[in-house]
Design a binder for this molecule. Structure first.
Ligand code: TPP
Ligand code: MG
Length: 387
C-alpha cells in the first residue's frame, strides 16, 4: 500500500470522454480536481515514476495485471465450454485499476463491488482456485458455488461482494463504513461501481450520508465509458463524474484507470485520508472495456474508432512496454512471468473442475444469517401447498 501521491497540476486535458471535453469549469472553492493522467503516461514523466520505484514492486504489479488478464481470458473460454453458466462480466481492459486499487488497500480494508468483480476478488487475496470454483458453481467457491460470477463473497479477505443490482452495493458499503465508525476501528471501505451506477438514486443518497456523517469510505467509479451499450455522454448530463462529489462537499478525483501507478497512488491517498481524517471521497478511474458488456455480448454497437482506442490503451500491454523500455523487464523475464501465470491459471481451473457441485439440499442454507420464521424452502417442482 502506498500513501504517496505523484505531482499533479489541476488540468483539464485528461482522459475524459470526448463529449465531456467541453467547458464546464471546476466549481470554485471545491476540492475537486483532475489528475494530469496524460502527462503521467507520457515519456519522461512515466520514466521518472518508474525509476523512482522498486523494480520488484513494478514487476509484481505487472504479474498481477497479467494474471487478471489471463484469468479472465480463461474464464471466457470456460464459459464457451459451458463450464460456467449465468451472467458473466470480465475485467478485460480494467486490470490497472483492479491491481492499483489492490495495492492501495490494506488487507483489512473492506471492498464492495458490482458484478464485474473477478479481478477484485483476486486482488483482495482470495485464492484463484476458489474464484474459479465459484465461477464453475462448485462448493469450494467463495460463495459455496451458489453465487456464481456476480456474487463473490469472502469474509476472511473482507471482500463483501459482488452485487448484481446496479447500485445495490453502494448503501451497503456506507453501512459497513458506519459500523467501522461506530466501533472506532481504523479500517476503510472501498465501494467500486461502474459509471452507469452514478445515475442511480441510491448512489446520491449514499454519498450524502457518507459526507454528512464523515464515514471512512472511498467510492471508486470505473468509467469504462459504457453502461451495457450506452455511452456515458448519452446517459449522464454531467459526464465528468468526479465532479459529482462536489454536490456533497466531498473530494473528487479523476485518474487514468489504465495507469496502475496513478490508480495506486491516488487511491492510496484517498483511502488514507478516509482512514485518518474520516473524509469520504470519490475517485473516477477512466478506462476502456476491451470486450462486450458480458461474455455473450459481441458489442456490435461499438464504432471501429472506439475499439481501436480501447486496444491502443490496453493497460497490460502498455505496462509491459513501459517496463521493457525502462529495463525493469526483459524478454526472458517477461516470458517467464507469462509461463508462471499460465500455470497458476491452469491450476485454478483444475481445482475448480475437480471440485464437487453443492448439494441441492443446501440451496437455502445461506439465505439468512439467523433463522427466519416462515422462510420458503420450496425447490422448483416442489408442490406449492403441502397438506
Ligand atoms: C437496478 C438495475 N437496473 C438495471 C440493471 C441491468 N444492468 C446490468 S449492468 C447494467 C449497466 C451498468 O453499467 P455500469 O454501471 O457502467 O457498469 P459496467 O457494466 O460498465 O461495469 C445494467 C443497466 C441492473 N442489473 N440493475
Ligand atoms: Mg460502465
Amino acid at each position: 500500500m502506498t500513501t504517496s501521491t505523484t505531482a499533479r497540476t489541476p488540468s483539464r486535458k485528461t482522459t475524459r470522454p470526448a463529449a465531456a471535453r467541453s467547458s464546464a469549469p471546476a466549481q470554485p472553492g471545491a476540492e475537486n480536481r483532475e489528475t494530469d493522467a496524460a502527462a503521467q503516461h507520457s515519456g519522461d514523466a512515466a520514466d521518472a515514476r518508474i525509476a523512482a520505484e522498486d523494480p520488484g514492486t513494478l514487476r509484481g504489479l505487472y504479474r498481477d495485471m497479467l494474471f487478471v488478464r489471463r484469468f479472465e481470458e480463461r474464464t471466457a473460454q470456460s464459459y464457451q465450454q459451458a463450464k460456467i453458466g449465468g451472467y458473466c462480466h470480465l475485467n478485460l481492459g480494467e486490470e490497472a485499476t483492479v491491481v492499483g486499487l489492490g495495492a492501495a488497500m490494506r488487507p483489512t480494508d473492506y471492498l464492495f463491488t458490482n458484478y464485474r468483480e473477478h479481478g477484485y476478488a483476486l486482488a483482495k487475496g482470495i485464492e484463484p482456485g476458489r474464484v474459479m470454483a465459484e465461477l464453475y458453481g462448485r462448493s469450494t467457491g467463495t460463495s459455496k458455488g451458489w453465487g456464481g460470477s456476480m456474487h463473490m463473497y469472502d469474509t476472511a479477505t473482507r471482500m463483501l461482494g459482488g452485487y448484481a443490482i446496479v447500485g445495490g452495493q453502494v448503501p451497503l458499503a456506507v453501512g459497513a463504513a458506519l459500523a467501522i465508525d461506530y466501533r472506532g476501528d481504523d479500517d476503510v471501505v472501498v465501494c467500486q461501481m461502474g459509471e452507469g451506477t452514478t445515475n442511480i438514486g441510491a448512489f446520491h443518497e449514499s454519498l450524502n450520508i457518507a459526507a454528512l456523517w464523515n464515514l471512512p469510505v472511498v467510492f471508486l467509479v470505473i468509467n469504462n465509458q459504457t453502461g451495457m451499450g450506452t455511452t456515458v455522454e448519452r446517459s449522464s448530463a454531467e459526464p465528468d463524474l468526479w465532479k459529482r462529489a462536489a454536490s456533497y462537499r466531498m473530494r473528487g478525483e479523476r485518474v487514468d484507470g489504465t495507469d496502475v501507478l496513478a490508480v495506486r497512488d491516488m487511491a492510496g491517498e484517498l483511502i488514507e485520508t478516509a482512514r485518518r481524517e474520516r473524509k469520504p471521497a470519490l475517485l473516477e478511474a477512466v478506462s476502456h472495456r476491451l470486450k462486450g458488456h458480458s461474455v455473450v455480448d459481441p458489442a456490435r454497437y461499438r464504432t471501429e474508432d472506439a475499439v481501436a482506442t480501447a486496444r491502443s490503451n490496453d493497460p497490460v500491454d502498455r505496462w509491459r512496454d513501459a517496463l521493457l523500455t525502462a529495463g525493469v523487464l526483459d524478454e526472458d523475464s517477461a516470458a517467464a512471468l507469462e509461463a508462471e501465470v499460465a500455470d497458476a491459471v491452469a491450476d485454478a481451473v483444475e481445482f475448480a473442475d475437480a471440485s464437487p457441485h453443492p448439494e441441492p439440499s443446501s440451496l437455502f442454507d445461506f439465505n439468512y444469517a439467523t433463522p427466519v420464521a416462515g422462510d420458503s424452502r420450496r425447490l422448483p417442482a416442489d408442490p406449492l401447498f403441502t397438506t
